[in-house]
Design a protein around this ligand. Structure first.
Ligand SMILES: [Zn+2]
Length: 409
């Protein structure tokens, strides 16, 4: 199969339990679930997946899903941070400076030490994000010998026992989840449908930058021990943060903030190496109703995708509507609502146009061979059941992206 196509096995509209309400159903009178359109991706081009996340999709392993925000107790808005305009707040800078001091000088974390440092003038120098992010990395220190050896590496997403051990500890200590198998870890954080494609640098980039779009693990090691790992997708216009886990022993160092700053800096460094389209960090879903997930709004300037038109709105301009309504629509404020609408969407009743049926394709098996045919040529397309599997995905992808995906039945 040609790798420039995307292939997905559609599974229609699914109900998914909500993990964000606390206590469950608080904002939704007991409706602690949401509806998603989903498909299992056999393979995806990075361009198609970029288009998908711009329309509210995410992936978990190879499972791709798009929540229906009108039918969700805790609407999940796609959020992106402008990597070129990002200005860390004072507290974000402090986290980074404190970490660098810890690595370089092993300094105890007390206020006296940090105020002494500012008197010495070191923290009054101009803060440049990529410089601060790399300041204490061993690869960056030629003649200094730091107190701790801090190393960050970026590698294609693969399974190792070391990563799995970190995952098990993270899940059990942070999420109180003790039933973790290596198969589950692989399914969730190692497997990816993304096809690697070369990043079009105008000249050879610095060695620490990735050469390919695709799925990566970023590993943080201190004195040789794996302390944290980020799962990242590097896509045509963004670095997309899939997951981040850390060893609870390092909890006091705000590793979540350190990793967000490292990831936004990565997007900026790829841009500065001549890849003009690389502009954003996608931090996943912003959930205004969930206090634990609001931290993503602390990075500025951030933008939310409108749930109906997918235009980007500055987060600050969205807040009044998010504070007022459960479902906030920024492009059509009159559509905002507190009601959870779980009725079957209209699109399941409206047939595709015959042009669209000719251009959207399906993979069908005949004997031992597979054929790619248009929906209108497919013998399966007449079945209601097949349409109910495909239509929510086609609607969620939009017609243009759907033309780039072959639906496997
Ligand atoms: Zn919820």
């Amino acid at each position: 199969m040609n790798s420039s196509f995307s292939i997905g096995i559609p599974s229609g509209r699914n109900s998914s339990a909500c993990g964000y309400c606390s206590p469950p159903g608080e904002r939704s009178q007991g409706e602690s679930s949401y509806q998603v359109a989903g498909f299992d991706a056999v393979q995806l081009t990075c361009q198609t997946y970029q288009g998908m996340i711009d329309r509210g999709w995410r992936r978990s392993g190879t499972w791709c899903y798009k929540p229906d925000l009108r039918a969700s107790c805790c609407p999940q808005y796609t959020i992106r941070l402008d990597a070129l305009q990002f200005k860390p707040s004072k507290s974000q800078r402090k986290v980074l400076n404190r970490w660098n001091r810890y690595v370089l000088e092993g300094e105890p974390d007390d206020a006296a030490a940090s105020s002494q440092k500012s008197r010495s003038g070191k923290s009054s120098t101009e803060f440049v994000l990529p410089i601060a992010v790399h300041a204490s990395e061993i690869s960056n220190l030629s003649d200094e010998s730091p107190t701790h050896r801090f190393e960050v590496t970026l590698e294609p997403s693969t399974f190792t026992e070391e990563k799995f051990t970190l995952y098990k500890k993270y899940q059990s200590t942070i999420h109180n989840d003790h039933k973790n198998s290596s198969a589950g870890f692989k399914r969730f954080l190692v497997e990816s449908p993304l096809k690697d494609e070369p990043i079009p640098y105008p000249q050879t980039p610095p060695p620490y930058l990735p050469r390919q779009y695709g799925s990566y693990h970023q590993l943080y090691r201190i004195d040789g021990k794996l302390m944290a790992m980020a799962v990242l997708d590097i896509l045509p216009t963004c670095v997309s943060s899939v997951y981040f886990m850390y060893d609870i022993d390092w909890e006091d160092h705000s590793l979540g903030k350190l990793s967000a700053m490292r990831e936004v800096s990565l997007a900026r460094e790829i841009h500065e190496a001549g890849v003009d389209n690389m502009l954003y960090l996608y931090m996943g879903f912003y959930i205004h109703s969930c206090p634990k997930m609001k931290y993503k709004g602390d990075y500025s300037p951030s933008f939310l995708a409108d749930p109906e038109t997918y235009e980007w709105f500055p987060l600050e301009s969205c807040r009044p509507s998010l504070d007022t309504f459960r479902y906030a629509c920024f492009s059509h404020p009159s559509h905002s609502s507190d009601e959870v609408i779980t009725d079957e969407p209209d699109y399941l009743q409206v047939p595709l146009s015959s042009d669209d049926e000719k251009e959207i394709r399906m993979l069908v098996a005949s004997g031992k061979r597979n054929f790619v045919v248009s929906l209108s040529e497919s013998p399966y397309w007449q079945y209601d059941e097949i349409q109910r599997e495909c239509l929510p995905c086609i609607h969620g992808l939009g017609i243009d992206l759907s033309k780039g995906v072959i639906f496997k039945i």
